[in-house]
Ligand binder design. Structure first.
Ligand SMILES: *Cc1c(COP(=O)(O)O)cnc(C)c1O
Length: 223
C-alpha cells in the first residue's frame, strides 16, 4: 500500500492539532509536548511525507531496523529508541540514538555507562517503568522504581531525563499515567514519555512531555 504525500502531511497536521488542543485543555503549552513519530515497521513511502511535513523527532523500536532506515538520512533528525535494548547492542545504540527510552535494568545501565564513557557520547536516557506490572512487558515495577533510579544515577553515574511507560492494553490508561507522574515527581524527574495513538490526549492531560504516535500518523503497520 502506498500512502499519498497529502494524506501523510494531513495526518501530521491533525495529530499536531490534537496535541495542541489537549495541551490547551490541560492549561499547558503545545510546545511543552514533543511529538515522537513512531516510524517502526513503516515503509519509507509512509515516513517521507511526515519528514517532508517538518516532523523531526522519530521513534524506533529496533536498533538494526532504525540504522537501516535512518543511517543515510540521519542529519537534522532526532532518533529515539523506544523498544527493549539488549546489553550487547548498547554499543550501537549509544553511537546511533539521541535518546534511549527503554533503560529498564541495572545490567543495561552498566553497559550504557561503559559505552558512554568509551565513546564520549551520551544519549539522553529515560527509565521505563512497567506500571501495569505485566510479566511479558519490559520495565521496572513501580515498587522498585526509586531504588532503581538511585542505583542508575548514583552507582552508575547516569543522568536520567525522564520516565517512560506503556500501559496495559484494555485498561484505562489514566491511572498508569498518574502513577508514572508520581514516581517522576518524587524522584525529581520532569519529563514523561507516555501516550500513543489511542490515548495521547489523556496522557497530555496527565502531564506527558512527549507522546509516541505511530498508527495515527502513518496508518496501520504492515507487519
Ligand atoms: C509501537 C509503539 C508506539 C506507537 O504505537 P501506536 O499505537 O501505533 O501509536 C508507541 N510506543 C511504543 C513503545 C511502541 O512500541
Amino acid at each position: 500500500m502506498t500512502v499519498s504525500p497529502t494524506s501523510g502531511a494531513q495526518a501530521l497536521t491533525d495529530v499536531l492539532d490534537r496535541i495542541a488542543r489537549a495541551a490547551k485543555a490541560a492549561g499547558r503549552q503545545a510546545s511543552d509536548v514533543t511529538l515522537v513519530a513512531v516510524s517502526k515497521q513503516q515503509p519509507w513511502d509512509a515516513v517521507a511525507p511526515i519528514l517532508a511535513g517538518g516532523q523531526r523527532v522519530f521513534g524506533e523500536n529496533r536498533v538494526q531496523e532504525a540504522m537501516e532506515r535512518w543511517g543515510e538520512r540521519r542529519a537534522g533528525v532526532e532518533l529515539r529508541l523506544i523498544g527493549p535494548l539488549q546489553s550487547n547492542k548498547a554499543k550501537e545504540a549509544v553511537a546511533f540514538f539521541d535518546v534511549i527510552e527503554s533503560l529498564d535494568r541495572e545490567k543495561l545501565a552498566v553497559a550504557l555507562a561503559s559505552e558512554i564513557q568509551r565513546q564520549g557520547r551520551a544519549p539522553r536516557l529515560y527509565a521505563q517503568i512497567n506500571t501495569g506490572e505485566e510479566p511479558q512487558k519490559a520495565g521496572v515495577v513501580p515498587a522498585q522504581a526509586d531504588s532503581f533510579l538511585a542505583a542508575v544515577r548514583g552507582t552508575h553515574g547516569l543522568e536520567i531525563e525522564g520516565l517512560m511507560c506503556i500501559p496495559p492494553v484494555g485498561e484505562p490508561p489514566g491511572p498508569h499515567f498518574a502513577l508514572l507522574g508520581k514516581i517522576a515527581a518524587r524522584n525529581g524527574i520532569s519529563r514523561l514519555s507516555m501516550g500513543m495513538s489511542d490515548d495521547f490526549e489523556t496522557a497530555i492531560a496527565f502531564g506527558a512531555t512527549s507522546v509516541r504516535v505511530g498508527s495515527a500518523l502513518f496508518g496501520a503497520r504492515t507487519k
